[in-house]
Design a protein around this ligand. Structure first.
Ligand code: AHG
Ligand code: MN
Ligand code: MN
Length: 340
């Protein structure tokens, strides 16, 4: 009897974590519960996407000029419709929506802001590779009932919670609410996320790197030298590192969170006067950065801690390197010229 496994659902875990805070009202707990249900619905749809003939492009582009898939649309409306009426949010913002997403007039407003990437890894939709959803939650900081753009443009260090669902060989949900990082696996027969990875700690150093190396010719000099260094032979530092790249940030980061290593998306420097980063700060990079730090890892733009970057635009893009702390520090040494 003593050795029996204690089964903890995500609902119970969230509730117990919040109960540790003397000021908690239960509002935040209910907000996360609503989100969890949206993730279950997206997971179900992703799993049967081939059967439901939902694969393929939706036939229009999003605000950023990228082709939208039907699953992007599905995930966007699932989350919006699940989160618009609970009374916990004052506004939302998403990769798939132009500006701020207001809470409809007829519903009560709350004190939190939700930023999300409804479907991460869209280019993998048609090939049955892992996809994900990313979220970030901030507290409203402007006066008044309605949320504003300013409420969305907060530093990553001010996130109240962040996390992602990864729709892989099983569906997992990983989140932090500022007390470590916890992972849950969806048991489809129960329809419940069960605690499978308590208090995840990222290894101090890894053995692999993750980057779209096809872009090498457009990288900055520091990144190019760093990646070449990873391919040199050195027993003490496990080099050469292995290259692992799926092209879904959530899936690439999830592997690094569990196994260690570094994920990079450096800016396109083909015009050195105008470096162009790709990944979005508010709903892709910041949530991953706080999870990395909460697990003992690090996240940098190359020059600055990601969580310290002051956002100026909802869809702002930023350079990113994140993962094991020793790997990330080494990358910064190369980019900042401390390593020749
Ligand atoms: P999204 O599908 O939400 O637009 O995000 C795609 C992102 C991210 O998931 C991934 O890390 C990166 O784009 C892949 O980019 P490349 O295809 O340029 O490597
Ligand atoms: Mn994405
Ligand atoms: Mn997306």
């Amino acid at each position: 009897m003593e050795n029996r496994t204690k089964i903890v659902t995500i609902q119970r875990h969230i509730m117990e974590q919040q109960a540790l805070l003397p000021t908690a009202t239960g509002d935040f707990t209910l907000l996360l519960w609503d989100l969890v249900l949206a993730f279950k619905m997206i997971s179900r749809e992703v799993n049967r996407a081939g059967l439901a003939a939902i694969l393929g492009p939706a036939g229009h582009e999003n605000v950023q000029g990228e082709e939208v898939t039907k699953l992007d649309d599905f995930a966007q409306s699932r989350i919006f419709e699940q989160m618009d009426h609970g009374g916990h949010l004052c506004c939302m913002a998403s990769e798939e929506a132009d500006g701020l997403i207001p809470i409809p007039e007829r519903f009560p407003k709350g004190k939190y802001v939700l930023l999300f990437d409804p479907l991460d890894g869209s280019s993998n939709v048609d090939v049955n590779a892992s996809l994900g959803t990313i979220f970030s939650i901030h507290r409203k900081r402007t006066p008044g009932v309605d949320g504003s753009v300013e409420d969305c443009l907060q530093r990553g260090s001010e996130q109240v919670a962040a996390g992602y669902a990864v729709y892989g060989s099983s569906t997992m949900l990983v989140y932090t609410a500022g007390r470590g990082v916890h992972g849950f696996t969806l048991d489809p027969s129960l329809g419940e996320f069960l605690l499978s990875h308590e208090n995840i700690r990222i290894p101090r150093r890894g053995k692999s790197y993750s980057v779209n190396e096809g872009n090498e010719r457009n990288w900055d000099e520091g990144t190019r030298r760093y990646v070449n260094y990873l391919k040199e032979k050195d027993k003490a530092t496990n080099r050469p590192y292995a290259l692992r790249y799926i092209g879904t940030l959530v899936a690439d980061f999830h592997r690094i969170l569990l196994k260690g290593g570094i994920f990079l998306y450096p800016p396109d420097c083909s015009d050195p006067a105008k470096p162009k980063p790709k990944l979005r700060l508010l709903y892709e990079v910041s949530p991953m950065a706080i999870i990395a730090e909460q697990a003992g890892g690090a996240a940098t733009t190359g020059r600055e801690r990601v969580l310290d970057v002051q956002p100026t635009d909802i869809h702002q893009r930023v350079a990113i390197a994140l993962g094991s702390p020793e790997d990330v520090r080494e990358y910064e040494d190369f980019v900042q010229g401390r390593r020749p």
